[in-house]
Write a protein that binds this ligand. Structure first.
Ligand SMILES: [Zn+2]
Length: 254
């Protein structure tokens, strides 16, 4: 599988906040229960919800809240008896309410949640790819279902067990290895925040510098002496270098 399509247009969700130094300890998988999920998750509706990553049925990944920030996806509600409906136990510690959000990363899968609406393979592969990307960054985070965290109120993602989710993470890992490159002699290369020359330059690489990532289609660029290509080499957090400036290494490093 090539890397999934990552829509690098940023769709910032209205409801997000700092983690205040907390690191993510788990990944929560959800099903949206709707068909216009990106718009809904941007505004958050009456319940002021948001999510880090939305994956549509074509397998496109939408980034809506940065990993470093908190999304409102699994905080639950305060019940009449004074406890929160959501709780997450990691080791000897149980987190409740807003603390669950502070300690998790969330994925929403667009799906009607009827039990008969299928999750296409390409969507589940993209989910697996995103889980692997987070684990590369934060370590071996466990995956949990929203229904497990908030069993009295939630049943999502309907039809997906943790075992099935992990199976797709394994499939995605087997199929999507990053490729390794070096910047061409006589060239410098901008590392950009997206797959077009209109996106922000994050850093600049010199001739021979290494770069690794996944081949991703984007803006077609033509540069005399370096050819024309619509391919960008994007890493797991969406930083991209135009393919024309890179030579692929003659071996796979891992
Ligand atoms: Zn949910």
């Amino acid at each position: 599988m090539p890397a999934p399509t990552i829509n690098l247009d940023y769709y910032p969700a209205a409801w997000q906040s700092p983690r205040d130094g907390a690191t993510p300890l788990a990944i929560v998988v959800h099903g949206t229960g709707g068909t216009d999920s990106r718009r809904y998750l941007q505004t958050g509706g009456d319940r002021k919800v948001s999510i880090h990553i939305l994956i549509d049925k074509a397998g496109t990944i939408y980034r809506m809240v940065d990993d470093e920030r908190v999304a409102n996806h699994a905080g639950g509600v305060l019940l009449a008896n004074g406890t929160f409906s959501s709780r997450l136990t990691i080791g000897a510690t149980t987190y409740r309410g807003a603390q669950v959000n502070r300690r998790t990363l969330g994925i929403e899968l667009e799906n009607l949640q009827t039990g008969t609406d299928p999750y296409p393979d390409v969507q589940l592969l993209a989910m697996g790819w995103q889980i692997n990307a987070w684990r590369q960054r934060y370590g071996a985070l466990p995956v949990t279902r929203h229904a497990t965290i908030d069993p009295g109120r939630r049943s999502d993602p309907v039809g997906l067990t943790v075992a099935t989710i992990e199976l797709w993470a394994t499939r995605a890992a087997a199929a999507a290895q990053p490729r390794h490159y070096r910047v061409k002699a006589g060239a410098g290369a901008n590392v950009r925040a997206g797959r077009s020359t209109s996106t922000k330059v994050l850093t600049v690489l010199g001739p021979g510098d290494p770069w690794a990532g996944y081949v991703t289609p984007g803006e077609r660029v033509s540069v005399p002496g370096f050819g024309a290509s619509n391919e960008w080499i994007c890493d797991a957090i969406g930083r991209c270098v135009w393919r024309g400036l890179l030579d692929e290494e003659p071996y796979a490093a891992d």
